[in-house]
Design a protein around this ligand. Structure first.
Ligand SMILES: C[S@@+](CC[C@H](N)C(=O)[O-])C[C@H]1O[C@@H](n2cnc3c(N)ncnc32)[C@H](O)[C@@H]1O
Length: 478
């Protein structure tokens, strides 16, 4: 029975040649910074531990089978990587999650394998999962099931970071800082070695963010190099040297980012002004008459997100993206050029279901609210990129689905690549020239045929053409 049978859990630990996906995500999200201690709870063979040690992380690993001698101690960050899946007893699964949560001082990073991997896991049904032929157990989670489960057990609001990865923060201000960083990325600071380069770094910040930074926002070396200057003196210097047009662009961008952040925050219960991350407080002070005004404007933005006509209008007016009868498709490099309400649309989907690490094009539907992130790994190299996978979330039901085309013999492919990008993207002229020559060669005469690999190949043959990189040439005879 469930209570007495113990699966072969240690067999679930695999050797890793590279850092796991959740650890990579956490590094990219600046959760695994050198100032923090890290515990990899259920570390298996310890490959993530070793890889993170090489990156100068202060990390220890504990595992009941592989590293039970490690002394279990509190850590700032606790990683619980693919552990919950393998525990067959639901009460123990819950207890393990609770233990991990109790060991974390700042953030618990939980990852689990998802239901979309069903085809890779074979076995007999057992309890709420499967037993494999090696007597290991797997409970595969739905993407929102994982977040709900972690929220329920920890009693805290969590963020879906990417599919199958959830952050649970100990303190709400850490959660808000994370969200702010995701939506209003901190402007990167230029390196500074002396006063002149430190001033240049401040000017660059002002041009990008649209306002003066406070000392507390500066990286330590910059603050130190400028410590001898009076604030007014620095302000005047920056004002005289910065490009006013860039400052006003930066201010516009930060205002819109702040609105998007305030809407996202609203979903999770908006707090008082003092609960906002410090930099966002400064943005609100600089670009709005009051926090109340900022909240009202963000509420109006959310209202627009619900309005089909407004969304359709925004898609029509969008300077970037390809609009089809069902959706707008935008390349990752161009999403920041979308109208704010559409950026909000994409952010809401990413907060609800987690944005995958690998994606190239986002698809926003205009009827109903659903988002897909589509992965075309060879978008830049392949004149007609083939899709590798798609991750979809329906914002009305929060249902998610994943489709892999890795084994598909006739994958969908893209045409007119330039339409997905911003017009000033350096690749656009080359992509456009290709589209024009394909049009002239008659390759777009049967649009219903060219959407997949086989149909496209047949049309190339019919028109006597072939592709050499991004050039269309006459097909060699024979
Ligand atoms: C799929 S492996 C993952 C290992 C490692 N985190 C990784 O991603 O490479 C699952 C691990 O969970 C460990 N484990 C099983 N039950 C556990 C429990 N109750 N508490 C902590 N770890 C457990 C197993 O020993 C095994 O090493």
């Amino acid at each position: 029975m469930l209570q007495t049978w113990n699966s072969e859990r240690r067999l679930t630990a695999i050797g890793r040649a590279a850092l796991s996906v959740p650890a990579r995500q956490a590094l990219a999200d600046r959760q695994l910074i050198p100032e923090r201690t890290i515990l990899d709870y259920g570390c298996g063979r310890g490959d993530d531990v070793r890889a993170l040690e090489r990156l100068d992380c202060r990390i220890t690993g504990w595992d009941p089978y592989y590293r039970s001698e490690t002394k279990l101690e509190q850590a700032d960050v606790v990683l619980l990587t693919y552990v919950l899946n393998v525990i067959e007893n639901p009460a123990e699964r819950r207890h393990t999650l609770m233990q991990a949560w109790q060991l974390a001082n700042t953030v618990l990073i939980v990852s689990a394998r998802l239901t979309w991997e069903k085809s890779k896991v074979r076995g007999q049904e057992f309890g709420d999962g499967l037993i494999t032929s090696r007597q290991t157990f797997q409970h595969l989670f739905g993407a929102s099931e994982l977040r709900d489960y972690v929220e329920e057990v920890t009693g805290t609001r969590c963020v879906s970071v990417s599919p199958g990865v959830v952050y649970a923060f100990k303190d709400d201000s850490a959660r808000l800082s994370y969200l702010a960083q995701r939506i209003v990325p901190d402007a990167e600071w230029l390196a500074s070695e002396d006063t002149t380069s430190a001033i240049a770094a401040v000017i660059d910040y002002v041009e990008r963010r649209g306002r003066q930074p406070r000392v507390e926002e500066m990286p330590h070396p910059v603050a130190e190099l400028l410590a001898h200057m009076k604030p007014n003196e620095l302000r005047r210097l920056v004002r005289d040297s910065a490009d006013p047009e860039k400052i006003s662009e930066g201010a516009k961008r930060t205002t819109l980012n702040t609105l998007v952040f305030l809407v996202v925050e609203l979903f999770q219960g908006r707090g008082p002004f003092s609960s906002l991350p410090f930099s966002v407080q400064l943005d609100v002070r600089s670009f709005f008459s009051s926090y109340k005004e900022a909240c009202q404007r963000s509420d109006r933005l959310l209202f627009k997100l619900r309005d089909d006509t407004y969304i359709r209008g925004a898609m029509n007016a969008s300077a970037v993206g390809k609009l089809t009868p069902t959706a707008l498709y935008v390349h990752r490099r161009a999403v920041d050029h979308m109208p704010t309400v559409l950026r909000l649309y994409e952010h809401c989907a990413s907060i609800a279901a987690g944005r995958p690490q690998e994606w190239t094009i986002v698809k926003l539907k205009h009827q109903g609210r659903a988002t897909s992130w589509l992965d075309y790994p060879d978008f830049d190299r392949d004149p007609h990129p083939r899709i590798l996978s798609s991750y979809h979330v329906d914002l009305q039901t929060l249902a998610t689905s994943h489709t892999s085309y890795a084994n598909s013999m006739n994958r969908p492919l893209l045409h007119r690549k330039h339409e997905f990008l911003a017009q000033d993207d350096p690749d656009v002229p080359r992509y456009r020239r290709l589209t024009e020559s394909e049009l002239r060669a008659g390759l777009y005469e049967h649009p219903h045929l060219i959407g997949t690999e086989n149909g496209w190949e047949a049309e190339l043959i019919r028109c006597g053409r072939e592709l050499r990189g991004h050039r269309l040439v006459r097909r060699a005879a024979g």
